[in-house]
Design a protein around this ligand. Structure first.
Ligand code: ADP
Ligand code: MG
Length: 343
């Protein structure tokens, strides 16, 4: 006799369905749905007219290898140097989720743009001060921060700005003081426009002003979106990253309607991408399906070099200048320069 306990056979209940294991349904704004396959269609006449030495961009794209986002990866040429600087484009680096690469992208995109001769001002707009720390600044040792600039009359950008070790890149640092601003601003007149007002004098001096937002959609982030010309949304390459994007887009649209008509989404950039996994590729495909050409061709791979750069207090473009991460952020910089005319 077997000592196995008797197991009654139970037929599966008719109503019981197994939940789908991986892919959560994500609500995305329908107006932005594109079919990625149609973006890169190349007119045949363009091919027959092409001179071999000088193919049109669209033909060049069709011959290019497939990029991480499932579209042919265009060549982004080195930008021409700039003789003069400004007026600057203000970009809010924004995602209400933490740990998605906002600060990493702010530092490294900024440093790569500076390498291409652009004058860059980075604005640490997170009370955690990670951007300042990531550039080697001790947040407890700074005399004046973005908080003083926002809240105190008579404090100017010159009183707060710090030079970084990257030539052409400056920083408005922050520390925990900024968390008080979120509360104090509530009672200010035109409370959403305070950052816009204090950054205005810097616009003529810089080509890019990049605001590293805190992980929330609170008043500080609304200030950043109100001050900005464009938004870049970094997204971790995993399915749950897509959750919350709809809410972010809704906030952006509200700011467009009520505070800053000119605000544009400059693009979404996938971070922590792992080319070896089907999962990463599927997430990127979904992203392109939902946001089409707004998704940057450049995806930033997951690598331990980024946490290392934080410890070193410098961008990857100087810390590991020849690394894949440095290459990717340079390419993202060229893509941004191509997307934003006049920069
Ligand atoms: P956020 O500003 O959105 O909170 P961070 O840029 O601070 O995100 O990144 C969160 C953590 O992930 C940091 O420790 C950072 O070093 C690390 N990180 C960022 N980008 C990458 C990447 N591409 N690969 C691996 N780690 C990364
Ligand atoms: Mg951050």
């Amino acid at each position: 006799m077997s000592s196995q306990p008797f197991q009654a056979f139970e037929p599966p209940g008719p109503a019981e369905e197994k939940p789908h294991p991986v892919v959560p349904q994500v609500e995305l704004p329908p107006s932005r749905v594109h079919n990625p396959m149609t973006h890169t269609a190349v007119p045949t006449e363009a091919i027959s007219d092409a001179a071999p030495s000088d193919p049109p961009a669209s033909v060049a794209a069709s011959n290019r290898p497939m990029g991480a986002t499932g579209r042919p990866m265009p060549l982004f040429p080195d930008p021409p140097p700039r003789e003069t600087h400004g007026p600057g484009r203000i970009i809010a680096m924004c995602n209400q989720k933490g740990g998605v690469g906002k600060t990493t992208t702010t530092i490294n995109l900024g440093a790569a743009l500076a390498e291409y001769g652009r004058k860059v001002l980075l604005v640490d707009f997170d009370p955690q001060g990670s951007l300042s720390v990531g550039l080697g600044v001790n947040p407890h040792e700074i005399d004046k921060t973005i908080y003083n600039l926002l809240m105190e009359r008579g404090v100017t950008i010159d009183d707060v700005v710090l030079k970084t070790n990257v030539p052409g890149m400056d920083l408005l640092p922050s520390n925990i003081d900024l968390s008080a601003a979120e509360v104090q601003l509530v009672t200010e007149v035109a409370r959403e426009q305070v950052l816009s007002r204090v950054l205005a004098p810097a616009i003529p001096d810089y080509d890019f002003i990049i605001i590293d937002c805190q992980p929330s959609l609170g008043l500080l982030t609304v200030n950043a979106l109100t001050a900005a010309h464009g938004v870049i949304v970094p997204l971790e390459t995993e399915f749950f990253a897509l959750r919350g994007v709809a809410m972010l887009v809704e906030t952006i649209q509200k700011v467009q309607d009520r505070l800053n008509e000119e605000l544009e989404i400059d693009g979404l950039v996938a971070t922590m991408y792992d080319s070896r996994t089907v999962h990463s590729r599927e997430v990127l495909a979904r992203l392109v399906e939902a946001f089409g050409d707004k998704v940057f061709h450049t995806a930033i791979a997951r690598t331990v070099r980024f946490p290392e750069t934080t410890v070193a207090g410098e961008p990857i473009t100087t810390f590991a200048s020849a690394s894949g991460g440095a290459y990717s952020y340079r390419q993202l910089a060229r893509e941004v320069l191509e997307r934003c005319p006049g920069t």
